[in-house]
Design a protein around this ligand. Structure first.
Ligand code: GTP
Ligand code: K
Ligand code: MG
Length: 492
């Protein structure tokens, strides 16, 4: 849809036009033409189940199942008796909705049957639909794929929809909804339009450079537009990983000397007995990873072996794995026994792990750290508090639960910094694919600035814009589409 839109310099004179339309005539969804049907609500016994169809025979199927000559009014719920067209046997009294295309989810003629959710009713209606000529069961994600092929959703919106269906925490839901609303897509479309204008200016200069009628300073104008775009792209790429973390979970690693209470904390935060807790130092050997919802953020929480030297080969391997895992952490929960701060293992831990992460300035540190002093219940009420030379820390007792609320609040703040706040700010890049294309675009803009030759400069702008187009699914390869649509269930 992009090709050939801007080659004429005359277009530059006409000014910008709405270039970023959704994919309307790209490769058709596989097997489109057939009318598909599927159960779109969850499997199993339920109050109401929704079965839907999409395709040209939808209206015909509706008439056959309701034994009616006329279709019900569009987009209104109507109560109808559904019968098996082969035997005439009544199947259910159901609400039916008729959505003539293009004003439907897929853009095609669609029907929704809201039937009673018993398995026999659902399978009866599905079998009845299967007996109508021209209808076949839908494949996974086929409804959404048709919506995409018909220009109802762009690719980032499709990804948002997939994420919304899979969202498990509040923050994930907010982020997915924003993406489904098209925020990222609109942003890319705006950028692509800027590039189209810049390109038109460069092309105009190539074609009519000597022409007196050409506006003065067209090339300078293109340069200004490209520079502004570079700044915007750079800002987005800077927090590129945050949206991905929010989508797939931030890595939080619990570490500390043996017996600090690391496994106790992991069990407390995950509200299940993930790890063995015992008074014996060196209990945890392997890295134990568990997904948890921490203050609305998705987290992969790892319990690790206590860090110490001079132990047997098995525990040593555990310590090696713990250090490996520590390197991958987005957030480190560093834990010490508050009643044992003077021990060599505590001092060593403070001097190495805590000091090295704390030494990074907040802007360049890729890792964040929360220092937690556990077993506060063992500190005498009147006695001196923990050492005064300690870095900022939180007091906690896994035994009594004291300090847990404070820790959760601190975690919420840290995770908001690690994942980004999905309810405010600019839309986040939720997939590596987004980052790849924005970086590609930025690189091409770099080539534009360096090229001495105008034809090469124009080509660089074309490449840059191609990346933005691919991000929203224009010219998307079938391979990428297959991967994305595989995320969907049948009926979506
Ligand atoms: N008094 C008190 N004891 C605690 C607290 N938290 C944990 N413990 C005890 O401390 C001991 C060690 O706890 P774990 O959770 O196994 O400690 P760990 O850091 O995972 O130990 P390793 O895996 O061996 O490195 C156990 O006996 C716990 O019951 C606490 O807040 N107060
Ligand atoms: K232990
Ligand atoms: Mg442990």
């Amino acid at each position: 849809m992009w090709r050939g839109l801007w080659t004429l310099a005359a277009q530059a004179a006409r000014g910008p036009r709405r270039l970023c339309t959704r994919r309307s005539s790209g490769a058709p969804a596989p097997g489109s033409g057939a009318t598909i049907f599927a159960l779109s609500s969850g499997q199993g016994r339920c109050g109401i189940a929704v079965i839907r169809t999409s395709g040209p025979s939808s209206g015909h199927a509706l008439r056959i199942l309701t034994a009616a000559r006329d279709l019900p009014p569009a987009r209104h719920a109507s109560l109808r008796l559904l019968s098996d067209p082969r035997s005439g046997e009544p199947l259910d009294r159901a609400l039916v909705l008729w959505f003539p295309g293009p004003r439907s989810f897929t853009g095609e003629d669609c029907v929704e049957f809201h039937v009673h959710g018993g398995p026999a009713v659902v399978s009866g209606v599905l079998q009845a639909l299967g007996s109508v000529p021209g209808l076949r069961p839908a494949e996974a994600g086929e409804f959404t794929r048709r919506a995409f092929a018909n220009g109802k959703l762009n690719l980032t919106e499709v990804e948002g929809l997939a994420d919304l269906i899979h969202a498990e925490t509040e923050a994930q839901r907010r982020q997915a909804l924003r993406q489904l609303d098209g925020e990222l897509g609109h942003l890319c479309c705006g950028w692509a339009e800027t590039l189209t204008k810049a390109l038109a200016h460069v092309e105009a200069y190539i074609d009519f450079g000597e022409d007196d009628n050409l506006e003065e300073g067209v090339l300078e104008q293109a340069d200004v537009e490209v520079r502004a775009l570079e700044v915007a792209l750079g800002a987005h790429l800077q927090d590129a990983r945050r949206g991905q973390r929010l989508r797939s979970g931030a890595h939080v690693v619990v570490t500390g000397p043996p017996n600090a209470g690391k496994s106790s904390l992991v069990n407390l935060l995950s509200r299940k007995p993930v790890s063995i807790v015992s008074p014996e130092p060196g209990t945890t050997r392997d890295v134990l990873e568990t997904p948890v919802d921490l203050a609305g953020f998705p987290v992969l929480l790892s319990d690790t072996a206590g860090l110490r030297e001079g132990v047997g080969p098995v525990e040593q391997e555990g310590v090696r794995r713990a250090r490996d895992r520590l390197e991958q952490a987005d957030l480190i929960l560093a834990m010490l026994d508050a009643s044992d701060l003077a021990s060599p293992s505590s001092c060593n831990f403070l001097a190495t792990v805590v000091a090295s992460v704390g030494a990074q300035s907040p802007s360049d540190s890729s890792q964040r750290l929360l220092l937690v002093l556990n077993k506060s219940d063992l500190l005498s009420r009147k006695g001196p508090g923990p050492r005064p030379d300690l870095p900022p820390h939180l007091l906690l007792s896994c035994l009594t639960g004291e300090g847990l609320d404070g820790l959760l609040e601190a975690l919420r703040k840290e995770l908001a910094a690690v994942c980004g706040d999905p309810s405010t700010g600019s839309p986040l890049l939720t997939r590596a694919r987004h980052q790849h294309h924005l970086q590609g675009c930025l690189d091409a803009l770099g080539h534009y600035k360096q090229s001495k030759d105008l034809a090469l400069a124009a080509e660089a702008l074309r490449v840059a814009r191609g990346h933005l187009t691919q991000l929203t699914g224009g010219g998307g390869t079938e391979e990428i589409l297959d991967i994305i649509f595989r995320d969907f269930c049948v009926g979506k």
